[in-house]
Design a binder for this molecule. Structure first.
Ligand code: GLA
Length: 667
């Protein structure tokens, strides 16, 4: 790993000078200095300009832009520029274009129109990386390299013949021989047995449900193909440059098909892009979840927020603008949760192109605007927070997350279309957020021994080793909560026999003999007053204590919530979809019983998170409510906006960061 941190918090944006006449560039740098911007990502979509014809490179404009930035003291995260191929590539090699499952070609004219398995794309893109890296390896402005951009955002699944060949190669690696593949895919079913590798295709549009393991393996393959591009570009950079390398992940914006837990080791800097779902009034909770997941992917280390928006985006149905103060709350929430850099898409709002209505640091209306004023304020805030750089976030709770479990649980022909992977994750996370408790979102193979509480929401697919690790964690004194439709299948999507929830049956001390999903909109009651919907199951306690049962619905009297003593620890199971109030009550009870402590006692809606270094800790307090908040905490407030004399008063919508000295007590 190459070290990537600067002397403070990075602050900046994607900067696309090629969209503007050069006269504008000087004003850009002047405004960047005014705003405190110290890092910009350059060249992300510049391939067509840098290589206007095959093998003919034109670097003059980029030379001038980088020199200007350097003279202005702005550092550069330089793109390999491979994110979107120029039109000449598809014209010369139409076979590089991706195909959908139904065979339709995805044409150039947008972006990312390439087949991820195309050897021609790979060769041309790496030639570009060689050229760019060769030219700018020693440029004094460049402090970081940015591979491609949001790999797999639009072209993650390609079903063309080139991809089919690559898929077969990948399957040989994974399964060894056809017997292995036939076993793993369960091809005795529906006359699917393969006698020759050439018979196997990606799961193209079929008359009915495609083989689920074929689908799952194709999703794994597709994530690996995108990762292979990252690794190939990184290999070139590894030879030619000495700066750290990153690429921007898309964790927590609904992007499902890239297994970032497996990609993290391929970058020096875990970087993420996050955009609020404007329609969601609680979008700041989703933001926190995304940040905590990014930190989990980064193994708890600081990470970089590569993109978010100063205000509205352009790609949601209704692109709601941020209210005054929201930009600051959003940005500092990422910092609270481990970001050591806050960047945006993009520096200056475009005049032309598909993203011209996307907000930026410099809006169409110019710098005399709410957005640019808030941008300058944020620059000052981040400067004041320089000392938190490198510190880590306190978390006593782990939530297990596995992209493969997400893929598996949402395949077709399952008991209910109302079971969604993110649903219970978000519900459990939301309850913790409201309780002021920070959680790490981690892969099930993570060492759990340091956590007081581990939550496994709808962990449908689980490997034996990971299920065993959870059992050992509980035996040794941990507290675990597992929710319905967990532990159901192994990594081949084969059912674990003997009763549900398969892999977790013994841990939880229950045995479910049949699922009873509810009808659309049907809501029933538990005997403790909670209501539930979507899911019920015919569960038999097998050692576990019953805490609540169904009062009505298809299974009156059957257990819905159980607790099992295992070794020195406790394993809880919730076999149904609790309403939000019941989820809050359950999580509050688990927090208390497992000894988890909130970062600070704060009113609901006031976000509290602690970062920690050897001698100091910092308490971030973000007031999302419209009332002033008072917290009984002491320390030195760093942003200069909040009073702290015996108690901290954080006004409605404001943010405070306290340096606590000595550091607040940890374990
Ligand atoms: C992504 C991309 C950017 C831009 C933004 C718009 O994050 O990486 O190039 O398209 O979305 O929100």
């Amino acid at each position: 790993m190459r070290s990537w941190q600067g002397d403070g918090i990075f602050y900046g944006a994607d900067y696309n000078p090629e969209q503007w006449p050069e006269q504008t560039w000087a004003e850009d740098v002047e405004l960047m200095r005014r705003a405190g911007v110290n890092l910009v990502s350059v060249g992300i979509f510049s391939w067509a300009l840098l290589e206007p014809a095959p093998g003919r490179f034109e670097f003059g404009w980029l030379d001038r832009a980088l020199d200007l930035l350097h003279d202005g003291g702005v550092r550069v995260d330089l793109a390999t520029a491979t994110a979107s191929p120029p039109p000449w590539l598809a014209r010369a090699h139409p076979e590089t274009l991706p195909r959908r499952a139904d065979g339709a070609i995805l044409w150039p004219g947008g972006r990312q129109a390439y087949c991820p398995s195309s050897p021609i794309f790979r060769e041309r893109s790496l030639a570009l990386v060689e050229a760019v890296a060769g030219r700018y390896a020693e440029h004094p402005a460049v402090v970081m390299w940015h591979v491609s951009n949001e790999l797999g955002c639009h072209n993650v699944h390609c079903y063309c013949d080139v991809s089919a060949e690559a898929f077969r190669r990948w399957l040989r690696e994974r399964h060894g021989d056809l017997d292995g593949l036939n076993d793993a895919w369960g091809t005795a079913f529906w006359s699917q047995r393969y006698g020759d590798w050439a018979e196997i295709n990606p799961p193209r549009t079929a008359p009915t449900f495609a083989n689920p393991t074929q689908q799952l393996d194709f999703l794994r393959f597709s994530s690996d193909e995108q990762r292979a591009q990252l690794r190939a570009e990184r290999e070139v950079l590894g030879r030619l440059v000495r700066q750290p390398v990153t690429t921007n992940f898309m964790i927590g914006t609904g992007i499902k098909y890239l297994d970032y837990h497996s990609w993290a080791s391929d970058v020096d800097v875990v970087a993420n892009d996050h955009y609020l779902t404007a329609a969601d009034p609680q979008a700041h909770v989703g933001l926190a979840l995304s940040a905590d997941h990014t930190r989990g992917v980064a193994g708890g280390d600081p990470w970089l927020l590569m993109e978010h928006s100063t205000s509205a985006v352009n790609w949601q149905p209704r692109n709601v603008a941020k209210t005054p103060g929201q930009l600051r709350r959003n940005s500092l929430a990422h910092v609270a949760r481990g970001a050591d850099g806050v960047l945006f898409f993009q520096w200056r709002a475009s005049r032309a192109g598909a993203e011209k209505f996307h907000s930026a640091l410099v809006p169409h209306a110019g710098p005399e605007t709410k957005v640019f004023r808030e941008v300058c304020q944020l620059g000052a805030d981040l400067k004041a927070l320089a000392e938190v750089r490198g510190s880590r976030v306190d978390a006593e709770v782990a939530i297990l997350f596995d992209f493969e479990a997400w893929w598996g649980i949402e395949l077709d022909s399952h008991p209910s279309v109302d079971v969604h992977y993110i649903d219970r994750l978000a519900a459990m996370y939301g309850a913790l957020w409201r309780a002021g408790v920070t959680a790490d979102i981690v892969h099930p193979s993570t060492d759990l021994s340091g956590y007081r509480l581990v939550v496994a929401p709808t962990l449908y697919l689980v490997r034996d080793a990971d299920a065993d690790a959870l059992r050992r964690y509980v035996e040794q004194g941990g507290t675990a909560l597992v929710t319905y439709f967990s532990g159901i299948v192994d990594e081949h999507d084969h059912i674990r026999l003997g009763g549900y929830p398969g892999a977790f049956r013994e841990l939880l001390g229950v045995r479910t003999e049949e699922f009873f999903p509810l009808r659309e909109g049907e809501r029933i009651n538990l005997d403790d007053g909670s209501t539930v919907d979507v899911w019920t199951e015919w569960l038999h306690p097998a050692g576990a204590e019953v805490l609540a049962s169904y009062a009505d619905g298809p299974l009156p009297g059957v257990a819905a919530l159980t607790r099992n003593q295992v070794g020195a620890g406790t394993a809880w199971y919730v076999g149904t979809r609790l309403d939000d109030a019941a989820t809050d009550r359950l999580v509050a009870r688990l927090v208390t019983e497992s000894g988890v402590r909130p970062a600070a006692a704060a009113p609901t809606g006031v976000e509290v998170v602690r970062r920690r270094a050897d001698d100091h800790s910092w308490l971030f307090v973000i007031n999302h409510t419209d009332a002033d908040a008072r917290l009984a905490v002491t320390g030195t407030e760093l942003l200069g906006g909040a009073r702290c004399d015996g108690e901290l008063v954080v006004s409605a919508g404001e943010v405070a960061v306290l340096r606590e000295q000595p550091a607040a007590e940890a374990d």
